[in-house]
Design a protein around this ligand. Structure first.
Ligand SMILES: [Zn+2]
Length: 448
């Protein structure tokens, strides 16, 4: 019988687990010494000395200053070398694309944003994305050198996380089943992860924003559309198909017969999203219900959701009431989420969320009035803290956490970096082949 080749550099499970433990500690906090690691990890002095030395050899950790002496000999403070690798991240919304370069601690080093129409299809959008990412890299100084270790992308529709393919996204014609992950992995020859945009925003807030330390939180995005990201017990809840939290397409309580871009009647987003605000604001400018918006329109501009927000800030009664109505509709839907999901924190972000207090106040008031008292006893509803960067930072942490996970670290640590390992993150690892779950139409499209 042929036994598998026992490569002498292949690590045992225990070995990988202890490396991950040490890296997790050093990534989470500066200033640990070797004795600190022994105490916190319970791994034993020899094991810690060996793992740290391995990580130093691989350039992931370095010795720093002497730590404070606690009676005995002071140890060197260890430092995770966040600059050892870089990640390219992108956040594609319905109408804009942002790209960023981050270090291994999720720190944004460079960022660029421009308008983009996702309905232009995957080839055009991803060609442009390639160009923008290339620009980011070209603009970096050569010293210290940039080494791209991974790519993370957020897309404005449901994404099957295991395969990195959009699944029947309502506002992304041509993207259904498109192999976004495979395309980028082939281009950059590094591991790539793709997720829904609101999930990346929720994850960014969890790891680097106002959601830090929370276990059960809801991130609500009110932009052109409406969506939510659910964090359950400190992890993203994606659901069976990756569309958990798609709040924009639940039926709004007032049941108005407005047709949504998804084709259904009376969706929340069709009544309370940014497009809905712009539409109602435009009407009010035309029929004289809002003097303020009429003045904006008289300058030859079509009314946007931002105009409504600005008019409300100037005290325009129509715009204040429109935002309050939007907040009440969103609040009604959110109250259902609160009763079912029982989060401790709701963070509100997205372009329309910048509109100001009338919106947030109406959301808060409605959720507290409509939810179970026990569910709202310790519930806070507040604005997201990372603003426009939440999605990029979340995409970065998505990649970082995957790269340094038990499942993936062993696949690259021996080489010192995940460069040249585009297969990491592919569906092949423990998940069934994606084709078996694709719709016949998507299968036919791929056969072509
Ligand atoms: Zn809809």
């Amino acid at each position: 019988m042929d036994l598998p080749q026992n490569n002498e550099t292949t690590f045992s499970r225990d070995h990988v687990n202890s490396l991950v433990t040490v890296l997790d500690l050093l990534r989470s906090q500066e200033g640990y010494t070797r004795p600190d690691l022994v105490r916190v990890s319970k791994l034993g002095r020899t094991a810690i000395a060996q793992r740290v030395s391995e990580l130093i050899d691989r350039g992931l950790v370095e010795d720093g200053d002497l730590g404070p002496s606690t009676g005995g000999r002071a140890g060197r403070q260890l430092r995770f070398r966040a600059e050892a690798g870089h990640l390219l991240v992108a956040f594609i919304g319905a109408s804009s694309v942002s790209v960023g370069l981050v270090d291994l601690r999720g720190k944004l080093l460079a960022r660029y944003e421009e308008p983009c129409d996702i309905a232009g299809g995957p080839d055009r959008t991803l060609d442009r994305l390639d160009f923008l990412l290339g620009q980011l890299l070209a603009d970096r100084p050569d010293d210290p050198p940039v080494a791209v270790w991974g790519v993370g992308i957020g897309l404005p529709g449901p994404v099957e996380f295991a395969s990195g393919r959009p699944v029947a996204p309502p506002i992304m014609p041509g993207w259904d089943g498109y192999p976004v992950r495979d395309r980028l992995a082939a281009r950059y020859r590094v591991p790539v992860w793709v997720d829904n945009e609101v999930n990346t925003m929720a994850f960014g807030e969890l790891r680097a924003g106002r959601g830090r330390g929370e276990r059960d939180l809801v991130y609500l995005k009110i932009g052109t559309g409406i969506g939510s990201g659910l964090i359950s017990r400190g992890r993203l809840h994606r659901g069976a198909q990756g569309c958990a939290g798609d709040l924009g397409h639940v039926a709004a309580v007032d049941g108005a017969s407005v047709i949504c871009r998804c084709g259904n009647l009376g969706c929340l987003e069709a009544l309370a999203g940014g497009d809905a605000l712009a539409r109602d604001g435009q009407r009010a400018a035309e029929d004289g219900r809002s003097r303020h918006l009429a003045e904006v329109a008289a300058r030859g501009n079509r009314i946007t959701a931002a105009d409504v927000g600005e008019a409300a800030q100037h005290g325009d009664p129509f715009s204040v009431e429109l935002l309050a109505r939007c907040g009440r509709l969103v609040g009604e839907a959110l109250a259902t989420v609160v009763n079912i999901f029982n989060p401790s924190l709701i963070l509100v972000g997205g372009g329309v969320a910048k509109a100001g207090e009338p919106l947030l106040a109406a959301i808060r008031e409605t959720v507290y009035r409509r939810s179970l008292p026990l569910a709202t006893r310790d519930l806070r509803i507040t604005r997201s803290s990372l603003g426009d960067t939440a999605g990029l930072i979340g995409a970065a942490f998505m990649v970082i956490d995957e790269l340094f996970s038990r499942r993936h670290l062993e696949l690259w640590i021996d080489d010192g970096s995940p460069v040249g390992h585009p297969e990491i993150g592919a569906a092949a690892f423990g998940t069934p082949p994606v084709e078996s779950r694709m719709t016949p139409a998507a299968l036919a499209a791929h056969a072509r």
